[in-house]
Ligand binder design. Structure first.
Ligand SMILES: Nc1nc2c(ncn2[C@@H]2O[C@H](COP(=O)(O)OP(=O)(O)OP(=O)(O)O)[C@@H](O)[C@H]2O)c(=O)[nH]1
Ligand SMILES: [Mg+2]
Length: 355
């Protein structure tokens, strides 16, 4: 017993000694592995536990995800967010009363929620942009949204260049912008193209066709193709951009998504009984349009792509590409960091979980 313990001890000593030796300190006659003999040193190192260590840390700190919705009023933005996150993360509009004034400018609101699933905590911030495109003259109505996006980069940059930096910089940067296209069946509006053209280099834009249940299957397919062509002709890029595919596997996964874009979705926060199962859907005189049924619409594909496969990538592209571009321009540009006013945005945190 004693001798076996002793041999384990010396084995570990030998192993660590081998790792810390400079190559020329080793005895060349002892072969590549010193006096231990054989091709490799036996024994478990434990490198594979790094994943578990990272998982534990992330579970403790939680996740941030900031999503923005943009599109004409009444296109179902709030409903879709509630459908995606299966909770009331965005308040539905009650509609405009006749004597109520349409807001003069795009008012941007960010509201945070804490959601938890399987022990993983997520701070989800929904940035709503009511009033977008509702004016008679919609020229430059992408501007306040672009300004908001840049203000968040600026806040992050300021924190980063501080001498005494926070251990964890609060991240309010927009990781994803869902752009709602009106299901007209005709073509994109000038405003849609302008918005995406101006902001696709600042934020990850995912264009989607709203209220897909208002078109027939053929109309939807036709419209999708037309929109894709118009985006291509207009030189509009959207997420996931080809140039950021990291390898062949990424490329083949993303090609499938790109081919299906813009996804035609239906949102609902009402449940119905269909074939003995409770499903989210929209009840019509002809039956229930099931939100998660791939034969009815592409909501499930959007949910899988956005949350289950690309959420982390959206955050990485935001940090490594969009923020980096902003940062480089800012530091090269006017040679200094001057404060920007960030007071026309409102951030409210509704705590309903951790922290
Ligand atoms: N047919 C259909 N109606 C929808 C869909 N999603 C939402 N609606 C309905 O459209 C109306 C507006 O939905 P909201 O989610 O409030 O739309 P919004 O884009 O958030 O509206 P604003 O906040 O005013 O910009 C509601 O009556 C919804 O029930 C959909 O996919 N299909
Ligand atoms: Mg809304």
């Amino acid at each position: 017993m004693i001798s076996s313990l002793f041999s384990i001890d010396t084995f570990f000593l030998r192993k660590s000694f081998y790792f810390f030796q400079k190559p020329f300190d080793r005895d060349p006659s002892a072969g590549p592995q010193g006096s231990a003999g054989g091709g490799t040193l036996l024994g478990y190192i434990g490198i594979d536990t790094i994943i578990e260590q990272m998982r534990k840390k992330t579970m403790k700190t939680g996740f941030d995800f900031n999503i923005m919705v943009v599109g004409h009023s009444g296109l179902g933005k709030s409903t879709l967010l509630n459908t995606l996150f299966k909770s009331q993360v965005s308040r539905r509009s009650a509609g405009w009363a006749r004597d109520e004034k349409i807001p003069k400018t795009v008012e941007i609101k960010a509201v945070s929620h804490f959601i938890e699933e399987g022990g993983v905590k997520m701070k989800l911030t929904v940035v709503d942009t009511p009033g977008f495109g509702d004016q008679i003259n919609n020229d430059n109505c992408w501007e306040p949204i672009g300004k908001y996006i840049n203000e968040q980069y600026e806040k992050f940059l300021k924190e980063e260049v501080n001498i005494t930096r926070k251990k964890r910089i609060p991240d309010t940067r927009v990781h994803c912008c869902l752009y709602f296209i009106s299901p007209t069946g005709h073509s994109l509006r000038q405003l849609d193209l302008e918005f995406m053209k101006h902001l696709s280099h600042s934020v990850n834009i995912i264009p989607i066709i709203a209220k897909a249940d208002t078109m027939t299957i053929e109309e939807r397919l036709d419209f999708k193709q037309r929109v894709r062509k118009e985006l291509e002709m207009g030189g509009v890029e959207y997420y996931p951009q080809k140039e950021f595919d990291e390898d062949m596997e990424d490329k083949s996964d993303n090609d499938k998504i790109r081919e299906a874009m813009p996804l035609a979705v239906v949102g609902s926060d009402k449940e119905y009984q269909v074939n003995g199962k409770r499903v989210l859907g929209r009840k019509t005189a002809w039956g229930v349009v099931e939100v998660e049924n791939p034969n009815h619409c592409e909501f499930a594909q959007l949910r899988d792509f956005l949350i289950r496969s690309h959420l982390q990538d959206l955050k990485e592209v935001t940090h490594n590409i969009h923020y980096e571009t902003y940062r480089a321009k800012r530091l090269h540009g006017n040679g200094g960091l001057h404060p920007v006013a960030a007071n026309d945005t409102q951030e409210k945190a509704i705590r309903s979980g951790f922290g």
